[in-house]
Design a protein around this ligand. Structure first.
Ligand code: BTN
Length: 259
């Protein structure tokens, strides 16, 4: 039996109110949950997808990122997707920022001091991106996919992985990391105010000059904060205040040191 054909195994994580399954290798945990939603459960599971199911993997062969990009997912990472029922795509997108806050808070819980959230939903540690999040709406639910680089691949990250880095703690077990994230996520989804407070206190961009791509438009300005809806408050170069609810920050500079 190859790893790809291995059955999903059930994993117990104490106090976690979600049902967790694990596959050593899969194409993409988001893709697997979408297929499961359509009735194609992973090998070893013979029932439909329910609210609160989490599928984790140790490696993805076709990890997907935001904006149609691929997400490099070698062994040594934690890749998981959580399915939550929800009423609309708008509600689904509301899971993204609390999920970023949850990962960041879990990292602090595990002593990764200095972990920060780069709006909207990347987690940076020691000036490298260590986690990306992709939330997708699917018929009646959101699939919240999280990829965390725990250890770097042999030979380091290839250039196409961009500013990727890893947590770099060999003694950290994926189950302990997953448990910490899911506990924080459950708490933050129940208390969005707490998620917002945490998010605002751990912003990577606050006070920095940034370039944000919104569709085909590029906006230059200073990131001031996020507002109560997790929108980026941006003071543009020409003095306008914007509240951006989506976009990709493509460039970051210290406020007083252009470069
Ligand atoms: C990004 O940074 O562009 C988002 C990356 C999201 C990656 C995670 S890994 C688990 C889940 N499965 C996927 O294929 N993508 C998400």
């Amino acid at each position: 039996m190859t790893a790809e054909k291995a059955d999903a195994v059930s994993v117990r994580l104490s106090d976690v109110p979600y049902e967790v399954f694990y596959l050593p290798v899969t194409d993409s945990t988001n893709t697997r949950l979408k297929a499961w939603r359509r009735g194609e459960a992973p090998a070893g599971i013979s029932r439909g997808l329910r609210n609160g199911v989490c599928l984790a993997a140790g490696c993805q062969t076709a990890g997907r990122g935001r904006l149609g990009r691929s997400f490099l997912s070698p062994g040594g990472g934690l890749y998981f997707s959580l399915y939550l029922t929800c009423a609309s795509p708008v509600e689904a997108m509301g899971v993204t920022a609390p999920a970023a806050a949850a990962v960041c808070a879990a990292l602090w819980d595990l002593d990764f001091e200095g972990a920060m959230i780069k709006w909207v939903n990347d987690i940076w540690y020691r000036d490298r991106k260590v986690c990306g999040i992709l939330c997708e709406y699917t018929d009646g639910g959101v699939i919240c996919g999280v990829g965390i680089n725990m250890m770097p691949p042999e030979g380091g990250y290839p250039p196409e992985a961009g500013p990727a880095g890893a947590l770099g703690r060999a003694d950290l077990e994926w189950k302990d990391l997953l448990r910490a994230v899911l506990l924080r996520l459950d708490a933050f989804l129940k208390d969005r105010g707490a998620a917002l407070d945490f998010y605002r206190a751990h912003q990577y961009l606050r006070g920095k000059n940034v370039t944000v791509a919104v569709g085909s438009r590029e906006i230059h300005g200073k990131a001031l904060d996020v507002d109560g809806e997790f929108r980026l408050a941006l003071l543009t170069e020409d003095g306008n205040m914007l509240a951006l609810n989506c976009g990709e920050v493509t460039r970051v500079r210290m406020a007083d040191h252009e470069g």
